[in-house]
Design a protein around this ligand. Sequence first.
Ligand code: ADP
Length: 626
Amino acid sequence: MKKKEFKSESKRLLDLMINSIYTNKDIFLRELISNSSDALDKLYYRSLTDKKVKVNKDKLAINLSFNENDRTITISDNGCGMTKEELESNLGTIAKSGTLQFKENMSKDEKIDIIGQFGVGFYSAFMVSKKIVVNSKSFDSDEAYSWESEGADGYTITPSDKKDYGTDITLFLKDDTENEDYSKYLNEYELKGLIKKYSDYISFPIKMEVTHHHLKDEEKHEYEDHKEIETINSMVPLWKKNSKDVEDSEYENFYMDKFSDYDKPLKVITSNVEGLCTYKSILFIPSHAPSDYYSQEYEKGLSLYTNGVLIMDKCADLLPDYFSFVKGVVDTEDLSLNISREMLQESHSLKLIAKNIESKIRKELETMMKEDKETYNSFFKTFGVQLKYGVYNNYGADKDKLKDLVMFYSSKHERLISLKEYVDEMKDGQDKIYYASGSSITKIDSMPQVEQVKDKDYDILYLTDYVDEFCITAISEYEGKKFANVENGDLDLETEEEKEETKKDNESYSDLLKDMASEIKDVSEVKFTNKLKKHPVCLTSKGDVSIEMQKVFDAMPNDLGIKAETILEINAKHPIADKIKELYKNDKDEFAKYTKILYSEARIIAGLPIDNPTEISNLICDCLSK
Ligand code: ADP
């Protein structure tokens, strides 16, 4: 039988698994049980919705057994099973798309991080096994197949004689080493303990043969062993339990198992709602974004159950896009089992539940922001962009729901603050919320335009994410205070005297300024300013499109031709102002050169590209060598 190779990324993931970098190898069992449970869910759901599929619910189960002599553990289920093609595609490749960025000499933590992003899944069984055999018969097929692999060098698929539909997975345990005791899994107490710990809530029975000691002889106290098949798990879904009786670790294990995450969730939110709609839910905010989160492939949604039966794995309608990172389960009595996807979307009950869930998540986040800043910061670092998107998506339809959840970097506090915090601390006489955009905090901090606002002792929000300015534009005002970009030409921060002075400068040199503007072409105006302190020039904008926004538009694949209307401002008090006045009188050629250089300087400071760098550097050298 010819061996097939794993897809290269699966192979690498497998390599990591086989060389078992995880310290917690125990989790392999919960991963396999969880897969079996999914397969049973799938089959049961079909039986409820398709009359041709007849399945007796009471017979659906997961069986666990082990054999000390062969050093094997077998996990069997009578779920939907897999066809030959499914064995190939499900076990031969990693399910989730995305590229694994393997690097040479990665540290152990980095490796764990990578595996974690892909979910540990079926491959985790290779942490404890030297060989795995998956014998499966699909409910939809008469043929059964056996998939077999000894690890990274490949796998084979051969016909098998399995009679009933379902899947048997046999693990051939690795040999014990000095540091690792794999034999411990060949023990009923150990296995029972693992099931109780990680898989107790699974809604199908997990059965295993267990030993009971019977008193044989009352007088002699002699015992006799008696073996019996027993259901190990309590089968009560976690969301049906009173949250007071559930330990944090149970929620965490449930999350890690169900959503294949190696990390605990950042936040667990439980609800038990009765009233206009009735449902129980457990929601989780992950502590890190899944690898595919910011890609097209990511599917948002919550697992939807009616009365304990899974009807949809990822019900997207239960979550708004801006909370797409939330994972969880919802169980309701308000929906019929047979509801079609189309009907579900239109369902009034589902809409009510979704509305409740949205406001619950929002309130929890608001509370977290107030009461647990550290956790909120960590949350915002990971998912803040999503919230900011949410603000301006749909033409800002949801901005009022989200404006109290977004944060921006404050120049004064040197950390992220909310808009509320900003407005509460505004100075007397300050009527605007000032912000500045740029690619990094340091760059913004050195912008000429920032200087004048700082001089007034006003706080400035530094926007470094490219969505930030769009977000702020969508919010447009907070508690009656409008936002103002410090880059904007008419900030109106000067004193009356300064204004008068500037006006005079500009009026008496209007010809010079006009000639400069026509030399540059790209700017709508050139003017003298008194607001700059040490910087000679800066580029400001007027109108709705700022320079930072223009950069975002420029980076888009299709050129929308959206440009900021810019103004070149020259520091009236800087020696360069006198220099150009002099050149304008005496040497028009030099004047033109200086104009070009000054404009290029302003563009560089604003982070904009220069079209003619060679020409400009030659001009600069000309001037320097004089
Ligand atoms: P995940 O469960 O996260 O999708 P796994 O690597 O654990 O990833 O499993 C890959 C796929 O193999 C599953 O999505 C499922 O389609 C299939 N599979 C695994 N175990 C079983 C099983 N016991 N019965 C049927 N299908 C299974």
